[in-house]
Design a binder for this molecule. Structure first.
Ligand SMILES: [Zn+2]
Length: 433
């Protein structure tokens, strides 16, 4: 039980502590108006000599899986022009001067997503001013070496993560597309016990809306800081054995504010009560499988699916717990009943960046390599409403590719974590040594 509880603290955990320390630094809490930020962002791009994410590239002699369901094509070429997939197949003519990668034993998939990460370790501090090559190296070690071309940060210091994103989007650092939640919202007067010894100044920065109006304001504040999604703690561990739930009207107001601004809402479930608050308030995505499994039954899973909710299992996080077999059963049953799973690992909270155990746990749950491929590509693209540009290898789609050294259908799901190239819009953002 103790192990489980420690694991489930995730988003308000040690990682959060790290960014809260950052927040306490006077130089890192700039109250820059959104309009000014947008102007600076526009100026940044106007001043660029070229579009860093509109490159040409040909990946040749590879096996291509255009979608999770389709049969692969061997000896294929994927031609990317100006950052978009121009053609794919066995008889693609490569224009003279196009950079080419030839990799006869490799397998190409649409770029992978990781839907649960955190940019909260101290090494991300002051991302606005870190050397570009250091940021690129850190992004490769944490994310792009695993093939991730898009990631979802489910709580961090929005000022710092937005700065990191700007360094990437300006071409200074090579990294994935980042969606960020900014600061998570907590229940009123229910700071988790493991944060209660923080300095009052730091605690004051934890959004704990006490009314529906305050909840909506907290969401708007995150949006002004540059967030893309909402993250709720629909309950808080105020003691080892006591969870305080977020009042339903407050959760509903936060969800409504997010939805009114076109944002998805993520929540940490942990136990049955928190799952119900998330479901009744209209949350879109559970950022973990429920790890306190009592009362989580088929009827509840059917209700979650009826509410259109998706689930990010993060099974590696729970792999050492006594209930891991039941947690895997819940994940598989959710899938079997038609629920949407998305791949995510809590990377950043977990500082072991190896993805192999997540793939292994998902396989042990009963999911096939095609199920995993959908979790990595088409499912998140659909949930984030970008399926017209991401998730498949088709002409007109973004030139985001994850090129593996071997085929998971032949070599097992461990092959998912052996990446040769990570390519974003035709730009190579990681290549294996
Ligand atoms: Zn997390």
């Amino acid at each position: 039980m103790k192990l489980r509880r420690q694991a489930s603290y995730c988003g308000a955990c040690g990682a959060l502590l790290q960014w809260l320390r950052l927040l306490a630094a006077p130089s890192l809490s700039p109250c820059v108006p959104l309009s000014l930020k947008l102007s600076l962002f526009a100026l940044l791009f106007v001043g660029l000599p070229f579009d860093v994410f509109a490159q040409d590239l040909a990946v040749t002699s590879v096996r291509v899986y255009p979608t999770p369901e389709a049969q692969p094509t061997d000896g294929a070429t994927v031609l990317i022009h100006a950052g978009k997939i121009a053609s794919v197949g066995q008889n693609v003519r490569i224009p003279a001067g196009t950079p080419a990668l030839t990799c006869p034993k490799c397998v190409a998939f649409a770029g992978f997503w990781n839907c649960h990460v955190h940019f909260t370790e101290p090494k991300w501090n002051d991302a606005a001013h870190q050397p570009s090559d250091k940021l690129t190296r850190q992004l490769q070690q944490m994310l792009t070496h695993s093939g991730f071309t898009t990631v979802v940060d489910t709580s961090s210091d929005p000022n710092n993560t937005v700065a990191l994103r700007q360094r990437i989007e300006s071409g200074q650092a090579k990294g994935p597309r980042i969606y960020t939640a900014g600061a998570a919202l907590y229940p009123p007067s229910a700071i988790p016990f493991y944060l209660q010894d923080l300095p009052p100044k730091v605690l004051a920065h934890l959004p704990q809306p006490g009314s529906p109006g305050e909840a909506a304001a907290a969401v708007r504040s995150n949006i002004a800081a540059g967030s893309d999604i909402v993250k709720l703690f629909t309950g808080s561990y105020v003691a080892h054995d006591r969870v305080v739930a977020m009042p339903l009207p407050i959760a509903q107001a936060a969800v409504n504010a997010g939805h009114q601004n076109g944002q998805l809402v993520f929540a940490h479930p942990s136990n049955l009560q928190r799952v119900r608050v998330a479901m009744r308030s209209g949350v879109d995505v559970l950022a973990h499988a429920p790890d306190t499994v009592g009362g989580v039954d088929t009827d509840l899973l059917r209700q979650l699916i009826a509410h259109g909710m998706a689930l990010v299992p993060t099974l590696k996080l729970f792999s050492g717990e006594s209930d891991i077999v039941r947690i895997r059963e819940i994940v598989f049953e959710f899938h079997r009943l038609g629920g949407q799973l998305m791949f995510g690992t809590d990377t950043g909270f977990l500082t072991d960046y190896d993805m192999a155990d997540e793939y292994r746990q998902l396989s042990l749950a009963g999911l096939t390599y095609r199920d995993l491929l959908a979790m990595l590509t088409t499912a998140p693209a659909a949930r984030f409403k970008v399926a017209d540009g991401k998730g498949r290898i088709m002409p007109g789609m973004d030139g985001d590719l994850t090129v593996l050294q071997a085929d998971p259908s032949v070599n097992g799901v461990a092959a998912f974590s052996h990446v040769q190239y990570t390519i974003r819009s035709g730009r190579i953002i990681y290549r294996a040594p």
